[in-house]
Design a protein around this ligand. Structure first.
Ligand code: SF4
Length: 239
């Protein structure tokens, strides 16, 4: 009967499918910690780029930011809030007047309807104050989960979820922190893998990273301080 040499045993072990999970992988705690550390180093002061003075102004600015740059939104909101400074004021505004003020942000008809609906809801049901829970916020017209997470995180410092916009969706998948095919799935995965005290800052940092370095096409991997941690097939450069 033939005896197995040590090297034959190793080959057999490699071929065996096995059920045990690898000790290391994309979600290994030390790898996740290294990603968060690199983001903290690259973007120590990352903040929401939408100009606002109150939770209500942030809510409106976030509604306007859909399919639009933050810079464009910031050009539009000062006059909008000068004309209509409160939810109660905007709730009485003619739809056409809101449309005219926000026209350059695109999709202005739907956005104006959302803002008007949000103003009425907040005036009538929340005493003119933007609610501070996710469950309440998502009942406000125009405030789906992403918008609600932005307002809760930035205005109230509350982490009930993770903001997943187009940048977070793309980069979470490139960094193998999530695999989901929808923002909802990616958010759920990120909530499982990120420490809660990073839920708010992670999104701000990744949004900056997505705008400046890890852009959608031809990411600038040679300028990325996460490069050694990243195995994305989209990489344009490897050290
Ligand atoms: S290495 Fe490239 S693909 Fe990976 S996170 Fe950095 S910029 Fe994005």
């Amino acid at each position: 009967m033939p005896t197995r040499t040590p090297s034959a045993a190793r080959k057999t072990a490699k071929k065996s499918p096995g059920k045990a999970k690898p000790l290391r992988g994309p979600l290994a705690p030390d790898r996740v910690a290294a990603i968060l550390k690199a983001l903290d180093e690259a973007y120590p002061n990352a903040e929401c780029a939408l100009h606002h003075r109150t939770p209500w102004e942030l809510l409106v600015a976030t509604i306007l930011s859909a399919q639009c740059t933050d810079a464009r939104v910031n050009m539009v909101t000062p006059e909008l809030f000068r004309r209509f400074p409160t939810p109660a004021a905007i709730a009485k505004a003619p739809l056409s007047e809101i449309e005219d003020l926000i026209r350059t942000t695109g999709f202005f008809h739907n956005k104006a309807k959302s803002i008007l609906g949000a103003a009425k809801k907040i005036t009538e049901d929340f005493n003119g104050q933007v609610p501070q829970t996710l469950a309440e916020l998502i009942t406000v017209p125009g405030a789906a989960r992403k918008t609600a997470n932005v307002v809760l995180g930035v205005s109230f410092g509350k982490a009930e979820g993770v903001v997943v916009d187009t940048h977070v969706f793309r980069i979470a998948r490139r960094l193998e922190l999530a695999k989901g095919d929808t923002p909802q799935e990616v958010e759920r995965e990120l909530m499982g893998v990120l420490p809660r005290d990073h839920w708010i800052s992670f999104s701000h940092q990744v949004i900056h990273h997505g705008r400046q370095v890890c852009v959608a096409r031809n990411p600038k991997c040679d300028k990325c301080n996460l490069e050694t941690l990243c195995r994305s097939k989209d990489k344009t450069w490897s050290s």
